[in-house]
Write a protein that binds this ligand. Structure first.
Ligand code: 5GP
Length: 189
């Protein structure tokens, strides 16, 4: 059966690390590479982390109906899930895993219904979340404050997902997430 795991969280809750760990451990999962208009960070790889495209190319893809969902996640920064990624992964008989923002997660959950498990990764506290964003070193003072404000608002989406995991200790959070993912993948077998 075609299945999907949607991992969502406020920025800085550690969801990307958890998604990467899941992908390392499970060869039955494949990552849906999103398209986005922000600049590539130093450690990122084109086509692996994202398809980095221009705002014009992004608008063109919207027109073509290429996205399953898309959001302006930050001001003038667009991110979108490509239908072609979902189809490619399902054709390969794998479960697709998404790392996306809360609004995109809700849209995908509505679209995919029982095919998808939507997991909210919650930070243990706002203080921890702020220091994680600072330590990541990818933000300046202005973008940091923006991301913190957004994270506070995004916490409200926790109840809208199927389940949640609190990321206090990475190993424990990973164990909890693995159990949930495994149970979902083997459901109906
Ligand atoms: P970052 O710029 O830190 O890589 O990502 C910013 C936010 O955009 C994260 O919450 C990330 O999960 C989210 N994101 C990444 N890809 C997509 C996508 O295709 N759609 C939506 N709605 N959000 C995305």
């Amino acid at each position: 059966m075609q299945k999907a795991i949607i991992i969502t969280a406020p920025s800085g809750a550690g969801k990307t690390t958890l998604v990467k760990k899941l992908l390392q451990e499970r060869s039955d999962l494949a990552f849906s590479v999103s398209a986005c208009t922000r600049h590539k960070r130093e450690n990122e790889v084109e086509g692996k982390d994202y398809y980095f495209i221009t705002p014009q190319q992004f608008q063109q893809k919207i027109k073509e109906g290429a996205f399953a969902e898309w959001e302006e996640v930050y001001e003038n920064m667009y991110y979108g899930t490509l239908m072609s990624e979902i189809e490619r992964i399902w054709a390969d008989n794998k479960t697709v895993i998404f790392d996306i923002d809360v609004k995109g997660a809700l849209s995908l959950k509505k679209k995919l219904g029982s095919k998808a498990l939507a997991v909210f990764i919650a930070p243990p506290s706002v203080k921890v979340l702020k220091s994680r964003l600072e330590n990541r070193g990818t933000e300046n003072q202005q973008t940091l404050q923006k991301r913190v404000d957004k994270a506070l608002y995004e916490m409200k989406y926790k109840e809208a997902m199927d389940t949640f995991v609190i990321n206090d200790n990475l190993e424990e959070a990973f164990q909890q997430l693995s159990i949930k993912v495994d149970a979902f993948i083997h459901l109906d077998e």
